[in-house]
Design a protein around this ligand. Structure first.
Ligand code: 5AD
Ligand code: SF4
Length: 440
């Protein structure tokens, strides 16, 4: 039997990176690696990086700097950089940091085992190609390990939208959708392994248009096909662009019982002037009309969004328009960021907003969002919702799961991981809800 080697993966950034890290671990499993949580015992370390905000490359260099000692202690240790920073700055990383043996971009993970063999033989390996084929294809016949009740499933990658602040179209490349048959096959496989809730992932997931029976399938068609899988109880998707919310998908939110009442629909700003400069190709008004239609289809849907404050040339009035949009929508949750320049994107060249102005705007925006989030949570008290239980809670006998609306809910009672139960919400705390199990 081949030696068991240990793999340590550190994942930064979005859920898509979490999914990719799982696939990388599976791919490396074929080369005799098992995962470890301890970098000190690893034979290979992979940093799965994110480039979307912060000073991503600098973070990677300082993390690599900290690994110097590990490599001195264990000269056979191999170190790789994967993900979007690898894609954007791979060659530069190899040049600047000799510790790095391997650089692989997000489109090339299926070639990891072969790259690992080269690295073991003492070479350096770099692959940042954009292949056309389905990169997950080679992993289709992996061993069927049991899984927890929830899983991510990537259905689409890349983005053609070119928002003026964003690196994704450059690091993840053009939009590519996986064929519907492959997605369904992977979903069935996950369900056989114990999964009851699947979150479909894509940088622009609702732009999905995968080849399927009878032609290209949109996301709504894929959701309906997934909903026919016995044992799969819940479907979610993220992240969506307002311009790709088509009628079928809106209707599915009203009609498909397995599609959960939660939608992450980033708007970024409430000012038309800024939206235009962001190259968003929607207005505040068109977004609000869209929300109306979605709520008409599914009145109790919980909405979440992304906001950027301090985009170049954002005035007080522009920021005020964002606050007004938030008031008008009433979000259940949101992610908000100070604009940060990403080299190579158009907005990086524009006049910047002072840091202290960004800080103050972010504070005010987050205060408003927190209030709305809390109100949405409080409004759940007295309601009956489905909860899929995922783990034990902190108190003895307590179990924690996610509600249909993606709130964390804890109950005390006879319930197992993977159970989907009706729960009456009895209390709303700062970060979670307390519930009472209803008889099944
Ligand atoms: N600065 C700040 N936030 C950004 N995002 C993307 N690029 C930037 C940037 N340069 C945010 C957007 C996006 C989310 C994933 O990250 O709000 O929706
Ligand atoms: Fe980036 Fe999303 Fe805009 Fe695409 S739609 S460029 S991923 S923010």
């Amino acid at each position: 039997m081949a030696d068991v080697k240990k793999l340590y993966i550190k994942t930064y950034g979005c859920q898509m990176n979490v999914y990719d890290s799982e696939r990388m671990a599976e791919a490396m499993g074929g080369s005799g690696y098992v995962e470890t949580q301890d970098p000190a015992e690893a034979d290979m370390i992979l940093l799965n990086t994110c480039h979307i905000r912060e000073k991503a490359a600098e973070k990677v260099y300082s993390e690599l700097g900290r690994m110097k000692q590990l490599k001195l202690d264990k000269p056979d240790l191999k170190i790789g950089v994967t993900g979007c920073v690898a894609q954007a700055e791979g060659e530069e990383i190899m040049r600047r940091q000799p510790l790095v043996d391997l650089v692989v971009g997000p489109q090339s993970y299926h070639r990891l085992p072969e790259m690992e063999a080269r690295v073991r033989a003492g070479e350096k390996a770099l692959d940042t190609e954009f292949p056309i084929e389905d990169k997950f294809d080679t992993l289709r016949h992996r061993p069927k390990a049991r899984r927890g009740p929830t899983a991510f499933l990537t259905v689409q990658e890349g983005c053609d939208k070119f928002c003026a602040f964003c690196v994704v179209p450059y690091t993840r490349g053009a939009e590519v959708s996986r064929p519907a048959g492959r997605v369904l096959e992977e979903a069935r496989d996950l369900v056989e392994r114990g999964v009851r809730e699947i979150t479909l992932l894509g940088q622009n997931v609702n732009a999905y248009h995968g080849a399927g029976e009878g032609g290209d399938w949109g996301l709504a068609r894929l959701v309906w096909a997934l909903s026919e899988i016995d044992g799969l109880e819940r479907i979610r998707f993220t992240t969506s662009h307002p311009n790709d919310m088509d009628d079928d998908l809106i209707a599915a939110h009203g009609e498909c019982a397995k599609l959960m009442p939660y939608l992450h629909l980033p708007v970024q700003s409430g000012s038309d002037r800024i939206l235009k400069r962001m190259n968003r190709s929607h207005t505040a008004e068109s977004y609000l009309r869209l929300i109306e239609r979605i709520r008409a289809a599914r009145p109790d849907i919980l909405l979440s969004g992304d906001f950027i404050v301090g985009f170049p040339e954002e005035t007080d009035a522009d920021f005020q328009a964002t606050m007004e949009l938030i008031e008008a929508v009433n979000y259940g949750s949101a992610f908000s960021f100070k604009y940060s320049t990403r080299p190579g994107t158009p907005a990086a060249e524009r006049p910047q907003v002072p840091e202290e102005v960004k800080t103050e705007r972010l504070y005010r925006l987050q205060e408003l969002i927190t209030r709305q989030q809390r109100a949405a949570q409080d409004a759940m008290v007295g309601r009956r919702v489905g909860v899929l239980f995922e783990k034990a809670g902190r108190m003895p006998g307590q179990m924690v799961g996610k509600s249909d609306h993606l709130h964390a809910v804890h109950v005390t009672g006879d319930v197992a991981i993977g159970d989907l139960r009706q729960v009456e919400i009895i209390e709303s705390g700062p970060n979670s809800l307390a519930g009472r199990l209803l008889s099944s």
